[in-house]
Design a protein around this ligand. Sequence first.
Ligand code: NAI
Ligand code: MG
Length: 504
Amino acid sequence: MTTQKPLLLALATGQASLLDEPVRMLIGGELADAASGATFPTYNPATGAVIANVAAGAAADVDRAVQAARAAFGHPTWAKLTPASRGELLWRLADLIQRDADVLARLETTNNGRPYRNTRNGDLPGIIKHFRYHAGWATKLHGTTVPVSTPNHFVYTVREPMGVCGCIIPWNYPLNMVSWKIAPALAAGNTVILKPAEETPLTALWIAELALEAGFPPGVVNVVTGMGETAGAALVAHPNVDKLAFTGSTAVGRKIVEAAAGNLKRISLELGGKSPNVIFADADVTAAARQAVWAILSNAGQNCCAGSRLFVQRHVADQVLDTVVSTMERLRVGNGLDPETQVGPLVSQEQLSRVSGFVAAGRDAGAELLLGGVRPAGVADGGFFLAPTVFGKVQDEMEIVREEIFGPVVCALEFDDWDELIARANDTPYGLASAIWTRDINKAHRFAQAIQAGTVWINTYNMFDPAAPFGGYKQSGYGREMGEAVYELYTQTKTVWVGLNGVR
Ligand code: NAI
Ligand code: MG
């Protein structure tokens, strides 16, 4: 195999842009241009500059990748590998990610905008932990013996891989999303085709090269770069893909369910959110308000779990909002490669326009703009920046409360009592995450019971661990990633009946 790591390294370290030499896909262990020869530009969101042109894969390329993944799935070098050996490969991949963590973090920040301090010190250690956690699972995916009431029969189950898995991932946490998808898929013995978001295609390609270096056979991990409507749609519709895992918008999730009907491939969806972050007056109000800042501003608000509806009990609302606003005012917004930067740009001009549209809609609807809503001072001209933004005097029916904004914009809502709070917090089609801040242990657990969301945080926010299942209620999707639960997505159960009376 030839490698394009030197090109990506030059890009990540700012020594060159790759405008002359296109970034290629990785299919069947080989670098590949798109069959059409087409490319698309990818950007540095902090400057707005094009940093590389990337192969624009489409149906023909997806088809090649599916063939490579299918062949690898049946090939003895993968199909006959022992679970322990699969675990060792995953562990080795984790070691290689650790070796390359600096450059991976730089590449992630350069392409996504997320501050380097977060990619290097938060994401990468978490990703390494994630691969090691799943390395352990490879040897633990056992079936059961079943005590059937049918005489003279012995029944057992085995857990087998699904087969060829398509994984379509978003741009907000590209490396995390790669690891959440491929680590369990590989531990269970599947082969994968990754379709990274068109905004952030680079780090997935580096990981796929590391998988080859770790010793995964060619074709076990493939990456097809390209647009959602072409490459993504082709992967969803492909009759020879057994499972499709998607993270992204609820609108596209709905399209995927329809498009996958042809061969009834298994679908799992991690979609949008509009998570309630609730502060009761009996909480440590100052601490809760400071955490509310990061509940929304983590990744500049481009976070499916963002605490975007901040419910505050009325008589502490002024205190909370003062703390939120004064904390946000002091934050450094800028280029993520600057070690001082706390909040980076949005990922794209499209996302900036989308979020700015919501800010305008909030103002028009009469919400009170307490902070931000504008381009921050001192950032690069071409960068896709929006200052941290706080809306007060927000009404439940306003668009900024109903829709996922996916930017650094928080809506503060005041509440008086329990029943009202629960009804309003649940009044959303989404159900991904939620949080409560209180010192009352009964209230905390009653909230956990009453809220319709896949995750409840009590006196904490944005916590994830490879062992803790994660996923949505309602229109935030279905299927659980992480923990043992993720193996429901990447294995299927076979039941074996043994007649004990010999051949009948
Ligand atoms: P998107 O849902 O269009 O993109 C996510 C992934 O889906 C990308 O890889 C994209 O190429 C792919 N895709 C798009 N259309 C497809 C199709 N027809 N078939 C197959 N794959 C397809 O998200 P987008 O447009 O980038 O962002 C729009 C909004 O979606 C955001 O403002 C945010 O509200 C939400 N979103 C939520 C995410 C989450 O983590 N829950 C992640 C990204 C976006
Ligand atoms: Mg889209």
